[in-house]
Design a protein around this ligand. Sequence first.
Ligand SMILES: Cc1cc2nc3c(=O)[nH]c(=O)nc-3n(C[C@H](O)[C@H](O)[C@H](O)COP(=O)(O)O)c2cc1C
Length: 218
Amino acid sequence: MKTMHYAGIAVIAACFAGTAAAQEVVPLPAPKIRGQVMKTLKNRISVKGFSAKELSDRNLGEVLWAGFGIADPVSGRRTAPAAFGSNEIDIYVLSADGVFLYDPAAHGIRRVGSEDVRGIVASQGYVKSAPVHLIYVADYDRAAKVYPSSYDDQMKSWAMMHTGFIAQNVVLYSSSHGMSAVVRSPGNVERLRAALKLPDNCEVVMSQAVGYVPEGWR
Ligand SMILES: Cc1cc2nc3c(=O)[nH]c(=O)nc-3n(C[C@H](O)[C@H](O)[C@H](O)COP(=O)(O)O)c2cc1C
């Protein structure tokens, strides 16, 4: 109860921040950086640089599993949550070898195209060497199957939230495996739609460049 009480004060303080009504700070114990999760959070950073080294199949598979794989094959529970279990986010992989779609049930990737279309999203100089770009795509038909109709106007914002959870999983995996993962604007969405062969019920939400941290970084 004590913790909840303090948490309540923190929320009030945040809402009134910058005004005369702001409450006094109640200090909390400094975080103890122990255990892998806390260490990873401490070191998390968007490394704005990539080695040109190709991503190994192991790292690609683990990135995708960490992002939105199936954690429990019995219940189908995923590594990231989704409202009503909609699981409407698909992950496409753009690599030098073409375009692929992650199939979490098979834990594999299915080829969608043979062209290297990374240039569509690699607008900034530092991502031009990234071996892989993940493209997060919302399938609104899949969401509509499980959302009550009263949630129709929230479908887009929830797809963004779901993408945030997945992308952060990718960031945390990458941070703890000598890799860089930077969420980025997807750029020219119409060109991406064509490259990914997306039907009308699907929409590109976000992109994320993934690869190895360049030698000598820092
Ligand atoms: C929603 C979102 C969109 C972003 N878009 C871009 C982008 O288009 N290009 C880019 O270089 N970084 C982008 N970033 C990464 C931020 O620039 C980065 O997180 C910020 O510099 C803070 O650095 P840090 O993650 O190392 O703390 C984006 C981050 C978020 C959360």
